[in-house]
Write a protein that binds this ligand. Structure first.
Ligand code: CMP
Length: 141
């Protein structure tokens, strides 16, 4: 099935000038860019986006980190692009994420309270629909 996924280049990726490299990998894989927008997150957007993590020890540092600079919000499209992008992104922990992945090639541990792991990608069709509705309500079909 053709799917859409919500991808974020997090503030660490934008700050380090990796937005283009990450978009390049998405396009090289063959997925279509449906929407690309550099913007500041807000408390409201992040509360919705990270609702499932509320109450976890890394929640407050995570929200603070996500507010520390602009993020690149992206919607991609293609057959099985949800699992495809997660495969491109690599495991959550950039220290051990496989080489060849965004996090494995470009990320590392910086000794901070939250894992700065460069990108977010929706983890299921339900999450993708929910997250696209949060970041790009105008795209909701
Ligand atoms: P992501 O999976 O996109 O969304 C939740 C984020 O929380 C995750 O990326 C990391 O940036 C961060 N995170 C997840 N688990 C931990 C953890 N154990 N310690 C610190 N940060 C974490």
């Amino acid at each position: 099935d053709v799917q859409r996924s919500l991808v974020l280049v997090k503030p660490d990726g934008v700050r380090r000038g990796l937005s283009g490299e990450i978009l390049r990998r998405i396009e090289a894989k063959g997925y279509t860019l449906v929407a690309v927008e550099l913007r500041e997150a807000t408390q409201e957007i992040l509360a919705a986006h990270y609702a499932e993590h509320e109450g976890k020890p890394f929640y407050a540092p995570l929200v603070e980190f996500m507010l520390s600079g602009p993020v690149l919000a992206v919607v991609i499209e293609g057959q099985r692009c949800i699992e495809g992008f997660r495969s491109l992104a690599g495991a959550t922990d950039p220290t051990t994420a496989a080489p060849g992945t965004v996090r494995g090639d470009l990320g590392r541990d910086w000794g901070l309270a939250v894992q700065q792991n460069l990108v977010h990608g929706s983890d299921s069709e339900e999450s993708a629909a929910r997250e696209i509705g949060i970041w790009f309500p105008e795209l909701t079909r």
